[in-house]
Design a protein around this ligand. Structure first.
Ligand SMILES: Cc1ncc(COP(=O)(O)O)c(C=O)c1O
Length: 447
């Protein structure tokens, strides 16, 4: 074990959270960032800041990476979002190269002007058909699509009713659009019904956007979409479902939970990202009318005032959709699901528990932030690259190591990862107990 994993750890590096610095006090906007930096640095100096890492050879199943102090690590990679392993697919790479030859590398304009290319137009059509929707608007990122669809449609007198665990892009979009935000308990459609009933008892004039995800990225669970859509119809509300993590990679046909739940073409609005399965940055909103599409094009700022997807991105994503929609895509999904089931099985055998239903996201329960940070500190040296997730991204005391599975992971990769996680967990628990002994707390206070 390295020196850092054996060294004395100041308790402050194992406690606190990013939430503590979200509203810093003081009139100097720049100086007041320093509290966060100090806390972050304490963690960094103790090897407990596993964020902002960079890979050295793309998101492959085994790769070199470095942390934000420049420390290099090589390991089995369960930290990248490339669920069908398409980012290194030869067809994707050759499409990108050919597109560069024809179009260069830049879109040089927003989609509202002349930023789109023939690839973007073909991609819009492909996604609309894939989802049995009528129209699609492309966005520069998935985040921009989530933010943009809410900010584009909702005005200050309207209401947003959202699953309390909805992604940051959806929450930020809602906050930017209206003060009338109502969160409902995760996946709880009855709770949602109560909120809709209350809103409509007072307000029949304004709009209601109900927001959820096809697959939640920290819990790997899914709402009953048919029931939620029916609820929206009942209360004259509109449903938007974010399918960032399930589209393309889940379900026999790759249509995610919308397909699995037989809801293709039946959800009011589908919003997604290309960055998990479709080998590129970018996002989209799919809707059922040209009117909605045209409105979003000109009133959803990231689709109007931000540069369009580059021709390379649009062509790459189009190729990725073709693969996803082919026998090869089906084979990759099946390889992904065998890996997921194998990982879950081996974790359980190793006494490690995880959240949710089978999907490319396998979040392993760690409990307190202190233990989770010590686990994550050990992983690079053992040879595992996996992400730490802690409060406020998830509830306090429910920290986890998020493993994101790819179709090209091997059985050996999975077995190695489980072995390393088990070792790290055992060592971290012992160290955490040690740190929390009264004697060492007293020593740390004295120090
Ligand atoms: C549920 C969800 N929606 C949207 C996004 C944003 O997508 P992108 O990374 O393409 O901006 C993410 C990314 O993590 C996500 O998890």
């Amino acid at each position: 074990m390295s020196d850092i994993a054996n060294a004395y750890i100041p308790p402050a590096a194992l406690t606190g959270s990013m939430r503590d610095f979200r509203v810093p006090g003081g009139a100097d906007l720049l100086r007041r960032t320093e509290g966060f930096f100090k806390w972050q640095n304490l963690r960094r100096e103790n090897g407990l800041w596993p964020f902002s890492r960079a890979t050295e050879e793309g998101p492959s199943t085994v790769c070199w990476a470095q942390d934000d102090s420049g420390n290099k690590m090589r390991g089995v990679n369960f930290a990248s979002q490339d669920y069908l392993s398409l980012s290194s697919h030869s067809g994707i790479k050759s499409t990108a190269k050919e597109t560069i030859e024809r179009f260069g590398v830049h879109s040089a304009g927003s989609p509202a002007l002349v930023g789109n290319t023939s690839y973007s137009v073909a991609l819009e059509r492909k996604i609309a058909d894939f989802l049995k929707m009528e129209e699609v608007v492309l966005y520069p990122t998935g985040w921009a699509a989530g933010f943009g669809v809410i900010k584009g449609l909702v005005r200050s007198a309207d209401h947003v009713v959202m699953d309390m665990l909805s992604h940051s892009c959806l929450q930020e979009g809602a906050n930017a659009a209206t003060n009338n935000i109502h969160l409902f308990r995760h996946l709880d459609n009855e709770y949602c019904r109560d909120i809709l009933t209350k809103i409509r008892s007072k307000d029949k004039e304004n709009g209601i956007l109900v927001v959820t995800e096809g697959l939640f990225s920290m819990d790997s669970d899914t709402p009953d979409l048919a029931a939620l859509q029916a609820l929206c119809h009942e209360f004259n509300a509109t449903l938007v479902v974010d399918v960032a993590h399930d589209l393309g990679c889940l379900g026999d046909e790759g249509r995610g939970h919308i397909g699995i739940q037989n809801m293709l073409g039946k959800v009011d609005i589908v919003m997604g990202s290309f960055s998990k399965t479709f080998a590129s940055n970018g996002g989209f909103v799919a809707c059922k009318s040209r009117a909605v599409k045209e409105y979003l094009r000109f009133y959803s700022a990231p689709a109007t005032f931000s540069n369009a997807l580059s021709p390379v991105q649009a062509a790459t994503i189009l190729k990725a959709f073709e693969i996803v929609d082919s026998p090869e895509g089906r084979a990759q999904r099946s390889a992904l699901m065998s890996n997921v089931l194998s990982l879950r099985h081996q974790l359980r055998e190793a006494g490690l528990d995880y959240y949710g239903d089978p999907s490319a996201i396998v979040c392993v329960k760690m409990g307190t932030e202190g233990v989770a940070r010590l686990v994550s500190q050990r992983l690079p040296e053992l040879g595992l690259i996996a992400n730490l997730v802690e409060f406020p991204a998830v509830p306090k005391g429910a920290a986890r190591i998020r493993m994101q599975v790819m179709a090209n992971h091997s059985e050996q990769n999975i077995a190695d990862a489980v072995r390393m996680l088990k070792t790290a967990r055992r060592q971290a628990e012992l160290q955490f107990e040690d740190i929390n002994q009264p004697a060492s707390v007293a020593a740390s206070v004295a120090a």
